[in-house]
Design a protein around this ligand. Sequence first.
Ligand SMILES: *Cc1c(COP(=O)(O)O)cnc(C)c1O
Length: 361
Amino acid sequence: MSRVYNFSAGPSMLALPVLEKARQELLEYGSTGQSVMEMSHRSKEFIAIAEDTEARLRRVLGIPANYKVGFIQGGATLQFAMVPANLMTSGEADYWVTGNFSKTAAKEAAKYGKVNITADSGDRNYTYIPDPAAVQESPNASYVHICQNNTIFGSRFAQLPKTRAPLVADMSSCILSELTDVSQYGLIYFGVQKNVAPAGMAIAIVREDLLGKAPENTPSLMNYKTIIDADSMYNTPNCWDIYMTGLTLQWIEEDMGGLAAMQAYNEKKAAILYDYLDGQSFYNAPVEKPFRSLMNVTFTAPSTELDDAFCKGAAAAGIVNIKGHRLVGGMRASIYNAMPVAGVEALVAYMKEFAAANGGA
Ligand SMILES: *Cc1c(COP(=O)(O)O)cnc(C)c1O
């Protein structure tokens, strides 16, 4: 077996112990005589798996009792619609546009009512997050939506805005990467394929008082209350993803030592990469320092030809999926929880080699 260092933004690397555990249990889960993939979602074995996954998520993230958890299909993109469908009670909401996903979320929300773009960092190609003190919240907004970590551009909120209306955050690419005070939010959602599990599910964490306000004609599967009241089993859920999410949470809790330790590990990895970038002049890292993402590190070589050569050479060295998003160009190293320190070290060694071979220092 030979495994590469996969820097993909998503779907992305899973922790090796998680994959090994899944393999070990693939043909028979416990002594059930069947795979999780073959189980009824109504069986007591699977209900125990789902309950354990939610309990672990609550423990690891420190979710207060007045928040409910839903396992929902349709990815983070369906959440772009579910949020306004359920929460836009005043007919308007505020959106911070700090990257491509928040822009798409705002567009989707505009199908449901008035969207106020109260902050927009498009003027400098999303290389920063606007100062919360300079952002005026609309008096009639039902909620304020942010994308906390901008996967494509490699920026993140250094501090959360203090809002009157509930804060709603897309945390698809930063969930479980650092300590999070859930009580600061009205609703958190994330697609699991960046930092948690295989593609195919999103998780929403919703403050109780925000539930039950969707209009009557809201599709059942788009109503948080319907899903949550049925323990995410209103219809057949993504059982495999719920199981895999549980394995990743177990890995964070038991192998990595919890979220604080996970954060320290991620800070260490990011520092290796950013310290190298700051000490040289061949590559350029476009994101302004205070807003640099812990998870997605963007940088460019001196020309697009060199960017292409960089990615080709990297792949030959077992460093794959490092090409930047087409909106940004250059490179993007996604260093989610499952990326080991050794992977980041291998990347920096290759970056040094490539720079030296192409006239850089
Ligand atoms: C990947 C991503 C999405 C889209 O997720 P899907 O699950 O593919 O719908 C949305 N927001 C952010 C921040 C992302 O990183």
